[in-house]
Design a protein. Structure first.
Lengths: 281, 281
């Protein structure tokens, strides 16, 4: 142990600014933090203000040592990470041992992998908590955040998009899709939301614009990979000619909420928190 | 009636060469044919060898008149057609009447639309038969068509792809997906198979290549929109670094089978007819 204070919060940091926001929120609550930035994903400017180190995603031995040396017991996994191929992974000795325990789950969908990683970290004595448990104010609420709301056609598109996103999530593929006039323009797999929105822009039809629907996968390990929406998402949605974004209330992180709502308002888009299971028997 | 002979086979022709192949097969069986090429989709060189006319997809009145004037009772709908937006449709008077009867089905997924079109054509006194009933030799059989076959990793990717394609089909979205090393690289929505393969090429990971899996949607109206695979599909799959294509046996049209198998063999790809419901309770 490098210090005799209370246990720190360990943050395994992927891309974007959410790792920094989790760190800042924990510090504001009087907690010390230590970030391990995953190389190729974590941004140096996000890590810089906090005690941190970096590691390859395959270097599990180094990652666990860093966390233990810095007295981290609770861990948050936050920020997008693209799953490496087996060839890119190059596990260290500890990584190979843990990978064997993750086993086939690593190749059975993203969510299977993350759930297995959370389980293995638990076996190693860490307690994985969700980013949304630290960043409570960043969790998207139910209802409308913007001045503009969806009309009847947009609501119908949202309903169809929720059915599609749930079917997709049930086989652990993507979290989102774009629907316009009842037609599913694009469905997310590994390319990510922004690339899917760029594609949807090229598939857009004349007439009223479509909607982006982004849900938590059914059974998703919420401690590892909550859907996230940020300013970039709103901008890409506007450029794709969409009329709004529907996200799962209570299950989506809004990366920079005030700025995001302002961006949506100035573009005339709606942001709506929905409950995809409402009304189900 | 322009003629007093036996009823002709009417062919509502979308894109590609399959409409011509259906026409040629019917003629070879001693039947007269009349093609209505859908403008923007049907290719002039495919229509040219046969008695034909062209019509906008929204001009239902003209289409039905053409078919009746040419003594067509049985109809085949064949060749890809991209569903028009409401604004592009510009229905004629008869089209508006029929559209009202198709009703909400037109906005509830591609298959809902096609099933409704088949039903309305039946109400109008036509009998819609499947292209595969005329082109029996073009229906893909179960088993391996190529010299190369899938290894264990490719078989695992095929199994995952079938689960994903079925989930997708259950909400009437796409028919196919690309899986590599257990990871779903791309899922088809309205962009079509070729565009999805182009995308999958950019998302490819190091190591063994993936597979394309293409299935009939559960509950799909097989008389209107059977999945089709052709030389272009095989070339695009090879360019995307895939190792093979799995298609639903008994439910997929192989557009130019001999040339397609030769293309696959020279590229080292497998073509495998699968039964996605085999082994189910």
């Amino acid at each position: 142990m490098s210090d005799s204070g209370p246990p720190s919060l360990g943050i395994l940091a992927g891309g974007g600014n959410l790792p920094g926001r989790v760190a800042a929120a924990a510090q504001a609550a009087g907690r010390r933090v230590f970030l391990v930035g995953l190389e190729g994903f974590a941004e140096a400017t996000v890590l810089a203000p906090f005690p941190h180190a970096t590691a390859r995603i395959g270097a599990a031995g180094r990652i666990l040592s860093l966390l233990r040396d810095n007295a981290c017991h609770d861990l948050v996994l936050v920020g997008p990470v693209r799953r490496p191929s087996l060839l890119d992974l190059r596990p260290d000795a500890e990584g190979a041992r843990l990978l064997a325990r993750v086993g086939r789950a690593a190749f059975a969908g993203d969510d299977g992998l993350l759930a297995a990683v959370v389980r293995v970290l638990g076996d190693e004595g860490f307690s994985v908590i969700g980013a949304h448990e630290v960043l409570t104010e960043a969790v998207g609420p139910k209802g409308l955040l913007t001045r503009t709301g969806p009309d009847a056609a947009a609501l119908a598109d949202i309903a169809r998009g929720m059915a599609v996103a749930r079917a997709l999530g049930s086989v652990d593929v993507g979290q989102c899709c774009v629907v316009q006039q009842g037609i599913v323009l694009a469905v997310e797999a590994i390319e990510g939301t922004d690339a899917m929105l760029t594609r949807a822009a090229t598939l857009r039809r004349p007439g009223p614009g479509g909607v982006l629907v982004k849900l938590v996968k059914p059974g998703q390990e919420r401690r590892a990979d909550l859907p996230t929406i940020g300013i970039g998402t709103v901008r890409a949605a506007a450029e794709a000619g969409l009329r709004g974004v529907a996200f799962e209330a209570g299950g989506t992180l809004l990366a920079e909420r005030a700025a995001m709502v302002a961006t949506a308002d100035s573009a005339g888009l709606f942001l709506l928190g929905v409950d995809p299971y409402e009304g189900e028997v």
